[in-house]
Design a protein around this ligand. Structure first.
Ligand SMILES: [Zn+2]
Length: 368
């Protein structure tokens, strides 16, 4: 990495973080609604994320560090630099009262796209992570990650040490499933034991997820896996023989040993999906909003295709921390989803799919 950096001395890591958190607009929780001071240079930049909140014109906002951060962000937005990152030496931060934070503007020069205006959020998340704060918006893993831009999939591993597997893992998901990788001889069928259940729907900032209650489980390889939650990706993360799909539902199960088994239900655009409609009519439209479901509303059998043959392979979570050891079962027959049903989801999540990962010689088993 060829970073061009400038060094800044500052009293303490915590102060730095609070300066940044104060000066840079938090999405929802900056606490004080201060008068707006628009940054004119940034106005022309195309924003992939929702418009930034007004910046508070506080004393902290006038500090030299903040001005330098702003200059770096503006340089990033104008295309002069590719990446802006905040670097704090953890050893110094731990031992001395004067940490040496640096604002680094890295000129990667290379490929064109990707200036999405998220560098400010990146700095904010980085500062929060370094200061030991939980990421304020979305996540749940403590670092802000996204599907595009500065915190996109190719950067996940750099956001937190715990996300290392996203880059270093050799059994990552999703994958492009190809018949040529499939071993002959079908595996056992999946036994589905689903019944009417309640729970709640949450918008976690990355997807719509249903946390399900009740006794729902699958049996495969002689082991029972309890259904914990299911959620959606658009487009489908999986590819099968070069074909993509409009959406996929991931049904996440866990056995007593804590091992995960995910059943993927692929969806093409077509007839309206009555099961999906029950979820969609209760879809929380704001991040971190949660809507309770009536008891016994959802029976997952209604989502499954008639033909339940599947592809089975070992993989990982498709979101940070990209943990491996997940048993994947992708049902071959897609179900349908109405065009309007798809549109509603894409208005909230225009793209929430991780790209396909290297197969690394993995074999796929075909199941009946
Ligand atoms: Zn998923």
């Amino acid at each position: 990495m060829k970073h061009h950096t400038t060094s800044l001395a500052l009293p303490a890591t915590g102060l730095l973080a609070s300066l940044l958190l104060t000066a840079l607009p938090a999405s929802a929780n900056s606490g004080h609604a201060a008068p707006a001071a628009h940054a004119p240079a940034a106005a022309a930049a195309p924003a992939a994320t929702p418009p930034a909140a007004a910046e508070p014109a506080s004393a902290a906002a006038q500090s030299p560090l903040v001005q330098q951060v702003r200059a770096a962000v503006a340089a990033h937005k104008s295309g002069q630099v590719k990446q802006v990152s905040l670097v704090i030496n953890p050893a110094e931060a731990r031992t001395a009262s004067s940490a040496a934070p640096r604002v680094a503007a890295a000129d990667h020069g290379g490929h064109g796209g990707g200036t999405s205006g998220t560098s400010r959020e990146y700095i904010r998340a980085k500062a929060a992570a370094l200061a030991g704060h939980a990421e304020p918006s979305g996540g749940g893993h403590g670092a802000h990650w996204d599907y595009e831009g500065e915190n996109g999939p190719d950067r996940w591993s750099q956001l937190k040490p715990e996300f290392n597997a996203c880059a270093l893992g050799k059994r990552q998901s999703p994958i492009h499933i190809q018949s040529t990788d499939a071993v002959p001889g079908p595996a056992e069928p999946i036994e589905f034991h689903y019944s009417g259940s309640g729970g709640s729907v949450v918008n976690n900032g990355h997807t719509i997820q249903v946390d399900i209650q009740g006794h729902n489980y699958i049996k495969v390889r002689g082991t029972a896996y309890q259904l914990v939650q299911f959620h959606f990706h658009h487009p489908a993360e999986e590819k099968v023989n070069y074909k993509g799909f409009a959406m996929v539902a991931h049904l996440v199960h866990k056995n007593e040993a804590g091992q995960l088994a995910v059943v993927a239900v692929l969806m093409d655009v077509g007839a309206n999906n009555p099961f999906m409609q029950k979820v969609w009519t209760r879809m929380p439209l704001d991040t971190n909003d949660r809507v309770p479901l009536p008891d016994e509303l959802l029976n997952l059998n209604e989502l499954l295709p008639q033909d339940q043959r599947y592809y089975q392979f070992m993989g990982s979570l498709t979101t940070p921390p990209c943990t491996e050891g997940v048993l994947w079962m992708v049902l071959k027959q897609p179900v349908t989803l109405g065009a309007d049903q798809l549109k509603l989801f894409t208005r909230l999540f225009p793209m929430n799919a991780r790209p396909v990962q290297a197969v690394n010689g993995r074999l796929v088993r075909e199941g009946m």
